[in-house]
Design a binder for this molecule. Sequence first.
Ligand code: PA5
Length: 443
Amino acid sequence: MKSVKLDIAKTGIEIPAAMKAKAQEANALLHSGKGAGNDFLGWVHLPSSISDSDLDAIEAVAARLRAKADLVICIGIGGSYLGARAVLEAMSDPFKLLHREQTQPTVVFAGQNISEDYTWELLDAAREHSIAAIVISKSGTTTEPAIAFRLIKAEIERRYGKQEAAERIVAVTDKARGALKTLATQEGYPTFVIPDDVGGRFSVLTPVGLLPLAVAGVDIRALVAGAQEMERATDASVAFDENPSAIYAATRNLLYAGGKKIELLGSYEPRLQYINEWWKQLYGESEGKEGKGIFPASVTLTADLHSMGQYIQQGERTLFETIISVVKPAHEVKIQSDAENLDGLNFLAGKRISEVNRMAELGVQLAHIDGGVPNIRVEIPEVSARVIGGLLYFFEKACGISGYLLGVNPFDQPGVEAYKKNMFALLDKPGYEEASKAIKARL
Ligand code: PA5
């Protein structure tokens, strides 16, 4: 069972031989390590390089945290946050907290914002639970998670003492650099390393994603196995027509060249919403530079048809859509017949909800195509750890190929530094005295 089946028939795109060749070259460059940003290609062979003992080590630490805490706070932002959240939400029952008995620790996230209220409310709720924390930062210097960690560390130390805190806090960071590494070494926290050659947005299959997911009870072995299958399926030796990542990358670049500047990633399964968020970072940071790049946006369907549907159907014709289509739901719910039929829905009696959802998907697809919105379909057989692992790697590989086709370095993010300088100047960080005066004069 393939984890991803790509269908570009509804884009109107015929991929020319020259583009196929370019995509093959781009994929070969990722494998040869001779392209732009080649210091950050560790993700290309990451799935196949994860050993059983790597997974054993992650699972052992996860088991310790699970035994100690029923609430694990995972601290990180951007690439040190979105992958874990995306997989966790995809694999979770959204109503699990409503069940009286919890079988898994709850994993919540912090450090992905600087909201005082979010922080207060998290610390407040945490007081009712036995807690532990995973702090994740590759650079070890990112402000948002550093602030959250300072507060959560203090709370854990206040409640359990310093010695026990070192049993309840795990750090995931660079092997040598950064304030978090220094702090973790000094405090004696168990630490996992984020490889130098794997950038944040490509790091979901490192301990950045795998540790919180293992704590939450996700089958990380299946996740990695799915990614390994996709690594093989998108290898440089695979013919273009057989390689879903190459086809997706080529198609979206051809659409972009034809004026489609915005890509909407969507799905009819709300549990995939954070996959959209992870994907937006992956593509936005990788391609949005040098005045170029498809703007990655997202919709959750059918909800957003009632808010964004009008624009998609008839607004500026600069959109195309990529729909992650799930074939098999995990559960079965049928619509029953009603003797009075006051809502007029008896024509649906006996049908599964998923049949209605599927007809919505097909109807929307045709309506949007008629409205000038090309549609790429990424079909996945089910939402399982194996399939999601494959989906993540499918998008990563396509992103690398796509960035090279666009002619940018997909592995840097010089633009994300600009706001930090201003923020530090406004906060009077030592070393920013001149910038501070200048920016305050502009306010
Ligand atoms: O992709 C990236 O590089 C960024 O989104 C980072 O992941 C994000 O800024 C967090 O960085 P760090 O892990 O160094 O705290």
